[in-house]
Design a protein around this ligand. Structure first.
Ligand code: PMP
Length: 393
């Protein structure tokens, strides 16, 4: 099987699970307990926090462990908006993940906020000029993702964060698809809160992090025993904190020097060129990759196939041992066209034909718990040629 659905989830790193194992078994203490078992668990939790902070370029006290990015987006967006009473306006884009859209809609329904949705062009880009125009003295929050999970488009977060900082407006960022592929250094980019999800880069499902900058006003909406500095109450999952810290640390080398994962970027660029050359009906979703412009994630290549049935293409690929998806796994199984492609101006019928291939970075010496066949671009392109010719009849 060639597994090309890494934007949905990745096979975990063996080492990250091994690091987690003692905290699921012999070292089972509650990190809030004051006896020795508890203190040992607390030490592991705090060491994981230090490690995550080092990976992201922030302070350990700014790291909150969560159950994943859906929770992190909910806590970050609601926490910042509710603590910033300066206005009622939220600014975001319709191409955001459903956990962001739903958190904003909740604030509109129950807390009297209103939203200005930024336009996105056919490639999924927003306009910085429009953001600058829409920002006002009434803005309480901007929420924009770093990398889109369907189009692969990269938003210019340093520039967006600069605009928000100049306007003294907090910025929440869903960085799920950036981690492991782009350099994310919070010491250099003035983001107020940031969400990441462990299972997208080698940690288990159900592990996540929310970064909240110390200087940001923040209202907790997960109330209880006051764990995680009162920002996310509930007994911490020490094992998953250890695992996500380990998996994040494994990626440090990939993006530390380069702005993005260059080896993967080249492989994906070649794959996109080959598909567009060999499959006349294929149209690339998102910007065409170039060597010198960082507009597209190295890990995502989605296409639409005019006049064909996307679900049938997926099934035919699977029959040939190639696993990919129609877009976001969160809405998989639904016959509704992707809200992301609709926001990008795709006609609903064309949006229903989307097929997404998503890749994981190769990390030297890092073993995954499940072995899949290595990516073979020729095999995938050949399969697409056969399938699209057959379906076109
Ligand atoms: N944001 C983006 C961009 C995602 O791709 C996902 C996962 N599909 C999420 C948020 C939600 O992450 P989790 O699965 O950890 O809840």
């Amino acid at each position: 099987m060639i597994y090309l659905d890494n934007a949905a989830t990745t096979p975990p790193f063996e080492n990250s699970l091994r690091a987690a194992w003692p905290w699921l078994t012999t070292e089972f203490g509650n990190p809030s307990s004051t006896h020795e078992l508890g203190l040992t668990a607390k030490a592991a939790l705090e060491s994981a926090r230090e490690s995550v902070a080092e990976s992201l370029g922030c302070r350990a006290s700014e790291i909150i462990f969560t159950s994943g990015a859906t929770e992190s987006n909910n806590l970050g967006i609601k926490g910042l908006a509710l603590a910033n009473p300066r206005g009622r306006q939220i600014i975001s884009a319709k191409t955001e993940h459903s956990s962001v859209l739903a958190s904003i809609e909740f604030l509109v329904r129950h807390h009297d906020f209103r939203v200005d949705w930024l336009d996105v062009d056919r490639e999924g880009r927003i306009s910085l000029e429009q953001l600058a125009t829409v920002l006002s003295s009434d803005t309480s929050l901007v929420s924009l993702m770093w990398v889109n999970n369907e189009s692969g488009v990269i938003h210019d977060l340093p520039a967006i964060a600069g605009l928000c900082q100049a306007a003294s407006v907090p910025l929440h960022c869903d960085a799920v698809q950036a981690i492991g592929h782009l350099a994310v250094n919070l010491a250099e980019v003035p983001i107020s809160s940031l969400a990441i999800s462990g299972h997208k880069f080698g940690a288990p499902k159900g592990s996540g992090v929310l970064f909240v900058r110390a200087s940001a006003a923040f209202e907790s909406v997960a109330n209880g025993g006051g764990q995680e500095s009162g920002m996310r109450s509930g007994t911490q999952n020490v094992a998953w904190a250890v695992a996500i810290a380990d998996a994040l640390a494994q990626h440090r080398g990939v993006t530390a020097d380069a702005q993005l994962d260059r080896g993967l970027a080249q492989q994906t660029r070649n794959f996109i060129d080959a598909v567009l050359l060999a499959v006349p009906r294929a149209q690339l979703v998102g910007p065409r990759p170039t060597i010198d412009r960082m507009e597209r994630s190295p890990a995502i290549a989605s296409f639409v196939f005019e006049g064909l049935n996307g679900e049938t293409i997926l099934l035919e690929l699977e029959r040939r041992g190639i696993i990919c998806s129609s877009g976001s796994a969160c809405s998989a199984g639904s016959t509704e066209p992707s809200h992301v492609l609709l926001a990008m101006g795709y006609d609903p019928d064309l949006a229903r034909t989307a097929v997404r291939f998503s890749f994981a970075s190769e990390l030297p010496g890092v073993k995954r718990t499940a072995t899949t066949e290595p990516f073979d671009a020729n095999r995938v392109v050949q399969a697409l040629v056969e399938i699209t010719e057959k379906l076109a009849g």
